[in-house]
Ligand binder design. Structure first.
Ligand code: ATP
Length: 434
């Protein structure tokens, strides 16, 4: 049986992954490695990273398992918070699913990561496929619970989805809400020993440890990476307060699965994330709050959008500040109200040409304008030229793919370092931020 769970936590406490880890340690049956599935990062109802969980359990008594899950969800969920609306989906009739059902679930999972769904969409599929489910309050968690359960099913079918791992360490209950005790030097050492097989543990440029939350939730820290061995090696090197439990998750974090490649002439929709190409239309400007904005024209649709690098993206803004009108770029990020919130930018071709007044062939000085529409003239030598000349200028950046630093990275965004063995977008050189 596959069990998907979502929306049990609030900003004031809990974490659905903790509930999952607790359940797996409580149920004495044979359980799979759980999945931590990140869904559409733009969803307004999310608490933090829009994560849902799912796992598979081999059991002779599914009614008993369902009862344990139900009572844990009722007991642990932050039900006082208006935005906590738990949902659970049980798939225990897998053998009866047709190929068409699998295709529907594939489409559903992909839409849950990329689009905005409603509860009726999820319950429609659940009743069509005769899954068991339960929910509390408005049951919005059903949306994520079904997507996470579908992810488990699809990973086993012929669909290949990119995935990574996260090992999450949980705090002892008495410590929840108190400052976390983590020896920072040991974290830097663990990162140095295992990067790039682990990533987003620290932010070197901003001298920050980024693998531990600051909320009152039960998570002590999470080590993300591509290699289970390296993740456990890092874990062994970290000194911290005693933990209650640890759990390894298979996850779609760090995959960029949320990005939609825009079809020709399609419209960009709010609360969706895109990867689009185009040409810089207006020079970047720094606005109040330190955010940097520029305008671009899309190749796909000739729409004009604003792209913004928010202040928390720190040094990434210096890349954006270097842009010139005419630069050919590819950008990715979430879109809302005409503005794309930059996660990555690829500089495909830099505009190195600048039109300047011509140089006088006699004295070598730059000519001055001879008046509107009358070309250029050298006052000293009297020489004349009709037009400006194109000169090649130095750019202080290189073509390539750039990303926001770990401190500002979304869980689902693919760190460029993960692209080191593959051909990155259009063969661009990667400039990982760390
Ligand atoms: P955390 O990351 O701390 O576990 P969270 O950020 O996952 O918390 P949730 O508390 O799970 O936030 O709230 C997200 C809500 O949005 C859930 O009810 C989930 O079912 C719903 N949801 C997830 N994806 C979509 C989607 N694509 N469209 C509409 N609703 C969605």
């Amino acid at each position: 049986m596959i069990i998907g769970i979502d929306d049990t936590d609030s900003k004031r406490g809990m974490c659905t992954t903790y509930l999952c880890a607790f359940l797996l340690d409580t149920l004495h049956d044979e359980v799979s490695t759980p999945r931590l599935v990140r869904l559409n990062p733009c969803i307004p109802y999310k608490t933090r990273g829009n994560g849902a969980i799912a796992f598979e359990i081999r059991t002779d008594n599914s009614d008993k398992v369902k009862e344990v899950v139900r009572s844990c969800v009722c007991e642990f969920s932050e039900l006082d918070d208006v935005d906590t609306n738990p949902g659970v989906v049980f798939i225990d009739n897998e053998e009866r699913l047709s190929d068409a059902d699998i295709r529907i679930l594939k489409c559903y999972y992909e839409s849950a990561v990329r689009e905005v769904l409603n509860i009726e969409h999820a319950t429609g599929i659940i009743s069509h496929m005769d899954f068991d489910y339960f929910g509390l309050k408005n049951m919005r968690g059903i949306i994520g619970a079904l997507a996470a359960a579908a992810f488990v099913l699809l990973q086993r079918s012929s669909v290949h989805y990119d995935f990574t791992y996260e090992l999450i360490a949980y705090r002892q209950k008495a410590r929840w809400g108190t400052p976390r005790i983590i020896d920072e030097n040991s974290v830097w050492a663990a990162d140095a020993a295992t990067y790039p097989l682990t990533w987003d543990t620290v932010d070197v440029a901003n001298r920050r440890i980024v693998f531990a939350p600051h909320s009152p939730c039960p998570v002590l820290f999470g080590i993300r990476g591509d290699s289970v061995d390296a993740i456990y090696r890092a874990y062994e090197l970290i000194y911290a307060e005693p933990v209650e439990r640890v759990r390894l998750f298979i996850t779609n974090q760090g995959t960029d699965f949320h990005l939609i490649a825009l079809d020709r002439n399609a419209k960009l929709l709010d609360y969706h994330s895109y990867i689009v190409e185009g040409v810089v239309e207006s020079p970047p400007v720094t606005i109040a709050g330190g955010h940097v904005v520029f305008r671009m024209v899309l190749n796909e649709s000739s729409a004009i959008i604003d792209c913004i690098a928010y202040e928390p993206t720190k040094g990434f803004r210096n890349i954006v500040r270097q842009l010139r009108v005419g630069d050919e770029v590819v950008v990715s990020g979430s879109f809302n109200h005409g503005t794309l919130n930059l996660e990555k930018i690829g500089l495909i071709s830099l505009n190195r040409e600048e039109m300047r007044n011509p140089i006088c062939e006699c004295c070598g000085r730059r000519m001055e304008s001879a008046g509107r529409g009358q070309g250029y003239r050298c006052k000293r030598c009297g020489t004349h030229r009709a037009t400006k000349e194109a000169v090649t200028i130095d750019r202080r950046i290189e073509e390539g793919l750039y990303e926001v630093p770990p401190v500002a990275r979304r869980h689902i965004a693919k760190p460029l370092i993960r692209m080191r063995h593959e051909r990155a977008y259009k063969g661009l050189v990667i400039h990982p931020s760390r």
